[in-house]
Design a protein around this ligand. Structure first.
Ligand SMILES: NC(=O)c1ccc[n+]([C@@H]2O[C@H](COP(=O)([O-])OP(=O)(O)OC[C@H]3O[C@@H](n4cnc5c(N)ncnc54)[C@H](O)[C@@H]3O)[C@@H](O)[C@H]2O)c1
Length: 341
């Protein structure tokens, strides 16, 4: 038997199974059962000194529950009962804008948690086939397409899957303009992609989840929580997504459907890195002003989305999880000149 690293003491070594069994007896049926089983355990597990093993088990009484779990795991196969944090085993998730950057990090995280990801993106060619797992299905589509719900219905039917999770990640990163100069079209386009499409897809998702429950996670932004210069359309749309999150959480909580949002701060990847490194003012405000003094990475956002999608957050709904290194909480740029550390 291999040594289980979860064993609470190296001293127990490869007798972990025996000691765990003894502890299980203690926790479930009391001490008499422990002694009654001593000979059986001895025979089954080839332990030469059951008395000493039992003594050792008793000295680890604080770990009894854990040890009890261990023996069942060891007897019936690894991880039979162990709880995998954030597991999405058997769950099907639609993830919009999942072909790259934040969306792709979410897709990878979901697949590594045992889930199946359906990536909806207007450009699926950005998905690197070398990285795509079997658990990824793709649908090339624009989230503003009103027929998208029907297309997703067909895809789910063909794949024999039911929807458990929707992640509304696709978003228009363009600023949507200054309130005095932005055209109405520019403003409306921002709302169409960042808000109306989220509304349409979420409405479709809850209709699929009505009897079995489910989880929706909307990717908003810190700019939906605080004002930001010259980003009228973006900030308005991301803020409205937070309102929609609370509203849908209220309406569909009774159906076991949770709706939450993640609000990322500045996340660095190919496209955003250009802006970050070209604009000293932006760096000063967004990085020097953040308590953690750094930009985020797509991998900083994915676990937050996975947490809200999984049963780990089963009593959380209508909330915004801000993942920004503390920026929106309190912005205090350093007083000394830009560039000086
Ligand atoms: N990157 C950041 O700093 C940051 C910060 C806060 C919030 N966010 C939000 O996170 C989400 C993802 O950001 P990102 O930086 O990874 O974006 P990105 O632009 O790098 O990638 C977005 C993905 O969505 C797809 N997409 C865009 N519009 C679409 C549409 N209409 N229909 C279908 N697919 C579409 C794109 O093809 C792309 O694959 C967005 O909602 C964004 O507003 C990003």
């Amino acid at each position: 038997m291999s040594h289980n690293p979860a064993c609470p003491s190296a001293a127990l070594g490869d007798r972990c199974l025996f000691v765990s069994a003894a502890a299980l007896s203690v926790s479930s049926r009391g001490f008499p059962a422990l002694y009654a089983e001593k000979s059986r355990l001895s025979a089954d597990h080839n332990v030469t000194s059951p008395h000493s093993a039992i003594r050792r088990a008793l000295s680890y009484r604080a770990d009894i529950a854990r040890l009890g779990l261990l023996v069942v795991e060891q007897a019936f196969g690894e991880a039979t009962l162990s709880h995998e944090f954030g597991s999405l085993k058997g769950r099907t998730a639609v993830i919009t804008g999942g072909a790259q950057n934040l969306g792709w990090a979410i897709v990878e995280s979901f697949c590594s948690a045992g889930g199946c990801a359906i990536v909806v993106d207007r450009d699926t060619s950005k998905i690197n086939p070398a990285n795509s797992a079997e658990a990824i299905l793709t649908l090339e589509a624009d989230v503003t397409d009103p027929t998208l719900p029907d297309r997703l219905d067909a895809l789910l039917r063909d794949a024999g899957r039911s929807l458990d999770i929707l992640v509304n990640n696709a978003g228009l990163g363009r600023d949507g303009g200054h309130a005095l100069t932005a055209s109405e079209d520019e403003f409306r386009t921002c709302l169409d992609v960042n808000l109306v499409a989220v509304f349409r897809l979420s409405r479709w998702a809850v209709s699929k989840m009505m009897t079995r429950g489910g989880s929706i996670v909307n990717v908003s932004s810190v700019y939906g929580e605080v004002g930001v210069p010259g980003m009228c359309g973006y900030s308005t749309s991301k803020s409205a997504v937070l309102g929609l999150t609370r509203q849908m959480a209220t309406d569909f909580g009774p159906n076991g459907i949770r709706v939450n949002a993640v609000a990322p701060g500045v996340i660095e990847h190919g496209r955003t890195a250009e802006h970050i490194y070209a604009d000293a003012w932006y760096r000063h405000v967004m990085i020097d002003g953040a308590p953690m003094r750094r930009t985020g990475k797509p991998e900083d956002i994915a676990p937050a989305v996975r947490f809200l999608a999984s049963d780990e957050s089963s009593f959380i709904t209508g909330q915004v999880l801000t993942v920004d290194g503390g920026w929106a909480m309190g912005r205090f740029p350093r007083e000394y000149p830009i560039g000086e550390i």
